[in-house]
Design a protein around this ligand. Structure first.
Ligand SMILES: C[S@@+](CC[C@H](N)C(=O)[O-])C[C@H]1O[C@@H](n2cnc3c(N)ncnc32)[C@H](O)[C@@H]1O
Length: 206
């Protein structure tokens, strides 16, 4: 079984090359869950996948109903649906941390979507949030469009809707300079800064 939320077309093509039938794949794309053949989302399936592939998938019924119905979760339906595979994995990892001491951290926060999930799943942990809150440093080599997109954030935006804001420690600035001599033990770290130098610095520090 293959579960995928992104790059549906590429993965489908690769699976076909490998002899894996589309019936063995489960797709969730752009927050859309494909349902059974009577569901209105059939039209969306056609749009996303094209007629032939959509018919194969819808005929086989190897498609989940609504992702957030699949299990008990502390995450909201919207958080789960935004990126089911990533959030499901995060939740499983967080459950395994019960006996592991330490704080949590995210390096690369953007608007705090993932950080909010971390905060919700680890309510008793201090959560350090490292971000420049102004995109990438000059050395990263981010193109103009990526840079412009990542500038559209702020500390206020990140903190809005944090379920346990008292557990958040903001570390603004470019990593690793933003560490400022921090000494801490971590049980979980998410590295999501897109480019190698900051990712490598994160791997070295954490
Ligand atoms: C892909 S986004 C993070 C997305 C976020 N983890 C999420 O899932 O919603 C990458 C973030 O890394 C930040 N960033 C990139 N290089 C950085 C650095 N050297 N220090 C601090 N933040 C950095 C950018 O400002 C941007 O907000």
């Amino acid at each position: 079984m293959i579960v995928t939320i992104r790059h549906v077309e590429d993965i489908t093509e690769k699976c076909a090359d490998l002899g894996i039938p589309a019936e063995r794949c489960l797709f969730l794309k752009n927050s859309v869950s494909l349902r059974d053949r009577n569901d209105a989302s059939r039209d969306t399936a056609y749009q996303i996948l094209g007629k032939a592939l959509a018919e194969t998938l819808l005929a086989s019924h190897h498609i989940v109903p609504t992702p957030c119905q699949l299990r008990d979760t502390r995450l909201t339906g919207q958080e789960m649906e935004n990126d089911y595979v990533r959030m499901g994995t995060l939740e499983l990892l967080c459950r395994r941390l019960a006996d592991v001491p330490g704080a949590a951290a995210e390096l690369g926060v953007y608007r705090g979507q993932f950080a909010r999930c971390l905060n919700r799943l680890l309510p008793d942990r201090t959560l350090y949030l490292f971000d420049s809150f102004q995109g990438f440093d000059n050395a990263a080599g981010a193109g103009e469009a990526i840079q412009a997109a990542h500038e559209k954030t702020s500390v206020e935006q990140v903190m809005a809707g944090m379920p346990y804001p008292e557990k958040i420690v903001l570390k603004p600035g470019f990593f690793p300079d933003s560490l400022g001599g921090l000494e801490e033990t971590f049980c979980f770290v998410s590295l999501d800064v897109d480019f190698e130098p900051a990712t490598l610095a994160g791997l070295r520090y954490f």
